[in-house]
Ligand binder design. Structure first.
Ligand code: BTN
Length: 262
C-alpha cells in the first residue's frame, strides 16, 4: 500500500508527539543528516525520515539500497540518560522494536541474524546502523540509531547480488506511516522502561544463529564455532572448534549456508 510519509500521520498514530519528527523527500543519508542536526543541538528523540536516500549507509561501509516510495529510512537521535545505554544495547533495542512492529503487520515471525539483520521469509528486510557521536555544544555523547526497512521493494529492483539476499516485508494491510509509528512507539517503550535482561531475552527469542555453526573473520583469519549465547551487552559468545570461547562485540557472522533456516 503506497503512502506519503507524513509527520502528522505518524504523530497521530503514536498518540504522543514527543518525538521531534523531520520528514524529507530525499537525503544522502538520514544518519549523516541527523549527525549534522545533532552538532547544532538537536534534542533527544529527534527523528529524521526520508522517502529515499542517495547514499544510504550500511555496515561495514556498505551501501543500503534506498529507493523512493518502497522503503523506510529513518534515524533516531538518543542522548542516553543511563550509562548502560550503549550503542550495542540500543542496536538490540532497535532490532526488537522492529521485530515487534513487523510481527504485527506480517503473517510470519521476523528473525534476527546477529547483530541486527532482520529477516522475513528467508530474506533480509531490515538493517540497523547505530553510530556514537560526541556533541561539543551539549557536552554529551549521543547515539544515532539508523533503521532501514524494505517495505515493498520488488526483488527485481534490488541491484546485482543483493536480489538474492534482500527482500521486502510486503505487509498485509499496513502503510509505511503505520510501520514507522509502531517501530517508534515500541522503541520508546523499550527505552523508557529499560531492562537489559528482559531485552536480551526477547532479542534471543528472535535470533536464528544460536546453537548453529557460524564462521567469522578476525584480523584476516577465518574462525568457526557454535554461536552459544548473547551476553548482557548484546555481544555474541562463540565456542570455537579448538574449545576456546570468544566474545564478538561487532562484525558479521556467516552460517554454513547463508540461507536462513528455522
Ligand atoms: C546494515 O544493513 O548494515 C545497516 C543498514 C542501515 C540502513 C539505515 S537506513 C537509515 C539510516 N541511514 C543510513 O544511511 N543508514 C541507516
Amino acid at each position: 500500500m503506497y503512502d506519503i510519509i507524513s509527520k502528522e500521520k505518524i504523530n497521530s498514530l503514536i498518540c504522543d508527539a514527543s518525538y521531534n519528527i523531520i520528514v524529507l523527500e530525499t537525503v544522502s543519508s538520514t544518519n549523516l543528516y541527523l549527525k549534522e542536526l545533532s552538532k547544532d543541538g538537536a534534542p533527544h528523540e529527534t527523528v529524521v525520515i526520508a522517502d529515499n536516500q542517495t547514499n544510504g549507509r550500511g555496515r561495514p561501509g556498505r551501501e543500503f539500497f534506498s529507493p523512493s516510495g518502497t522503503g523506510i529510512y529513518m534515524s533516531i537521535l538518543i542522548h542516553p540518560d543511563k550509562t548502560e545505554l550503549q550503542p550495542g544495547l540500543l542496536t538490540v533495542a532497535a532490532g526488537v522494536a522492529v521485530c515487534r512492529a513487523l510481527e504485527s503487520v506480517c503473517s510470519t515471525i521476523p528473525r534476527i541474524k546477529w547483530v541486527n539483520d532482520i529477516f522475513v521469509n528467508g530474506k533480509k528486510v531490515c538493517g540497523v546502523l547505530a553510530e556514537s557521536l560526541t556533541n561539543p555544544l551539549q557536552g554529551i555523547n549521543s547515539i544515532i540509531v539508523g533503521i532501514g526497512i524494505n517495505v515493498t521493494t520488488s526483488s527485481a529492483d534490488f541491484p546485482g547480488e543483493l536480489s538474492n539476499i534482500a527482500g521486502s516485508v510486503f505487509p498485509e494491510n499496513a502503510t509505511r506511516n503505520e510501520i514507522i509509528a509502531k517501530v517508534l512507539a515500541e522503541f520508546k517503550m523499550i527505552y523508557n522502561s529499560f531492562d537489559a535482561k528482559s531485552l536480551i531475552e526477547e532479542y534471543k527469542s528472535y535470533l536464528f544463529v544460536l546453537g548453529k555453526k557460524i564462521s567469522f573473520n578476525q584480523n584476516g583469519k577465518t574462525f568457526s564455532g557454535i554461536a552459544s549465547d548473547i551476553n548482557t551487552e548484546g555481544n555474541l559468545i562463540v565456542k570455537l572448534e579448538n574449545g576456546e570461547t570468544i566474545t564478538l562485540k561487532s562484525g558479521e557472522v556467516s552460517l554454513g549456508s547463508e540461507n536462513f533456516t528455522e
